[in-house]
Design a protein around this ligand. Structure first.
Ligand code: FE
Length: 221
């Protein structure tokens, strides 16, 4: 198995599936109640985001992979094997969005924000100088992403970096390991913030971002 696949799936632990089922890709449960992220993200936004958008990607993926070799692959394997393959663009779109959202739910926490663990703090200080500088970089990436996309904290080789991606793109396909994701598609914030994406992102970073999840993915918990 590709080492990126193994690392991403075992560290995050969010992509369980049922190989014996007709629809092998299952919704990963929200790790908190729909109202748990209020007032930063309303229950209404989370209900629509999880129950309509995320569920739509997973359902579409199950339909697309039925009867194909993709049905026996892990979600990460599908993302890696369909990226940049025009023939499989629709499979990639839905697989990557299923991956990104499962990862995003865990990137937020009702007890998030605040400060990272000591081990992660040392890595952040080494790469960015201090936590506020990292938050500023994430905020700029999330705000400057033109149109739909994602802002990420990643491990690129041995170095922590902030990157942004268009639409459903995922840093895994550029050989980077995701540590945290912020969804900046309008469906993630528009009901609560309309066009004020920067306001949404600042509040996510101050109140919800799950540094423990980043540390877990980095192996620095
Ligand atoms: Fe989304």
């Amino acid at each position: 198995m590709d080492t990126r696949t193994s690392a991403a799936e075992t560290a995050a632990g969010v992509f369980s599936r049922d190989r014996s089922a007709a629809n092998p890709f299952v919704l990963q449960p929200l790790p908190y109640a729909e109202s748990a992220l209020e007032p930063v993200i309303s229950a209404r936004t989370l209900r629509l985001h999880y129950g309509k958008h995320y569920e739509g990607y997973v359902e579409a993926l199950n339909e697309l992979v039925a009867g194909t070799p993709f049905a026996d692959m892990s979600l990460t394997q599908i993302v890696l094997s369909t990226a940049k393959e025009p023939e499989y663009a629709t499979v990639f779109h839905n697989a990557a969005q299923a991956w990104n959202h499962a990862f995003y739910w865990r990137s937020l926490s009702p007890t998030g924000g605040g400060f990272p663990s000591h081990a992660l703090k040392l890595r952040i200080d080494s790469a960015f100088g201090h936590l506020e500088a990292l938050k500023e970089e994430l905020s700029i990436a999330a705000t400057m992403q033109f149109g739909s996309g994602w802002a990420w904290l990643v491990l690129d080789g041995a170095k922590l970096r902030v990157v942004k991606t268009d639409n459903e793109e995922n840093p895994l396909i550029a050989d980077m390991k995701p540590l945290l994701a912020i969804d900046v598609w309008e469906h993630a914030y528009y009901l609560d913030y309309q066009n004020r994406r920067a306001d949404h992102v600042h509040k996510v970073l101050d109140k919800l971002i799950n540094w423990d999840f980043a540390a877990e993915n980095l192996g620095a918990a």
